[in-house]
Design a protein around this ligand. Sequence first.
Ligand code: BYC
Ligand code: FE
Ligand code: FE
Length: 474
Amino acid sequence: MGISRFDSIPNNVDLNSDRKLQKALMRWQPNYLDWWHEMGPDGFQGDHIYLRTAVSVEAGGWAHYDFVKMPDYRWGIFLTPRETTKNIGFGDNIGKPSWEEVPGEFRKELRRIIVTQGDTEPASVEQQKLLGKTAPSLYDLRNLFQVNVEEGRHLWAMVHLLHGYFGRDGREEAEDMLVRRSGHKDSPRILEAFNKPIDDWLSFFCFAMFTDRDGKYQLAALAESAFDPLARATQFMLTEEAFHLFVGETGVDRVVRRTAELMASDPNGDVRAQGGIPLNIIQRYINEWYSASLDLFGGEDSSNAATYFATGLKGRYKESKKGRYEDNIALEGSYALERPDGKGGVTTEDIPVRRAMNAVLRDSYTADCERALARWNKSLEKAGLAERISLPSVRFNRLQGVFDGFFTLPDGTPTSRENWESLRGTFLPTEADYDYVRSLMKAVYEPGQMANWIAAPSKGVNGREPEFEYVRFD
Ligand code: BYC
Ligand code: FE
Ligand code: FE
């Protein structure tokens, strides 16, 4: 019983010869499927979706595209292969061989990192549960489900590590992944951004743009890990992640482009009257999701981060890329950290680089977000408009780190709580904004048709036309 199910799990971890791992996964799998049915996409479970499945780790042929029903998706387990044994690339243990097993002294920290990472994956599926009902096109509907099943696979990737390397407490943690619920009062998901509702597609695109992008940087930091199975699992996750970021970045861009079109075509620039999303609402959504995603990097000045780096658990972005960092030990040098001065202003303080590793990773992320913003602004420019959108300051609207509880305008200018509260509706989405955006969310399920508030994509998926019937309703 059940063994045949394992033949259906694509993997390169020799699952067939690992009895213990099989047994653990066999117990977990039915609970995972129960969770998927309860908390995965609402409806559409019997429909045929044109989906990509990871079937190998070969650069050219890792993905297979076909129509599948989501519950039949083959969630697999893949580690990026290594040609040679690897040495630790940074921190106090630099140069020593990477770990194939979990060292006893770092067990707790490693488990915690893997659990935190794993928890975000099902959380995002829960947050996006209802979006299929209001998809702006079949192309977008299919992309949403692609992201959802792959986040499911990312959970599998972390559960494989928990089952394979952590024994009984790993199995307990794997069960708990299916128990916590996004936004639940008593057992919420671990990180705050994964408890926020995602009720409309502009929120979804912002989430995929800004929050999945935190995922990219966290995964990249873990892909440097001295714990080799974690490094290889996260490395492979990054191949799928690239598409999620594409969905977010091009999704926001398509909204901006459509808005620009409507602004340019109406002499009064009245986007609302034409059923589009005004630029200032888009800006407020960006402010909201960018600041919430910055919180996911943890505190800028963090002893946890210093420990993770020193021990080799977590590196910087592209730590092992030659020439990117002068020094992979990072015991010398400092980071100029901006923080509140205690008198209502802001000051800069030098802190040891190792303590600033969260901030260093976040800076790589911010630069990447700025690049995307520049692209969106190009779309405004091309439409002949003078308006521009921007990223708020990293000080703005923070609930973690040194600026938690500090009030600034989006440009970073300190202000009083009273002033901030009175201006809130100008820089963060209001209930009226959400109501308006939700009022536009009406499903469009005809192949090639597009909701009015968003531009069509420039190309389809896997070489198909944008008009392709990406979802075949049962
Ligand atoms: N919310 O030293 P600190 C993804 C806690 S997204 C709540 O400042 P640290 C995806 C912290 O736990 C990527 N609590 O931070 C995206 C600590 O608690 P204790 C997910 C928070 O530990 C879209 C205290 O505050 N992966 O993949 O250096 C769709 C002080 O912590 C938060 C990871 O996160 C917060 N935002 O860094 C699907 C990677 N921030 O010790 C998927 C694994 C901090 O006082 N996680 N705290 O009890 C980590 O590496 C670290 O846990 C963090 C926090 C970077 C998140
Ligand atoms: Fe993921
Ligand atoms: Fe993702």
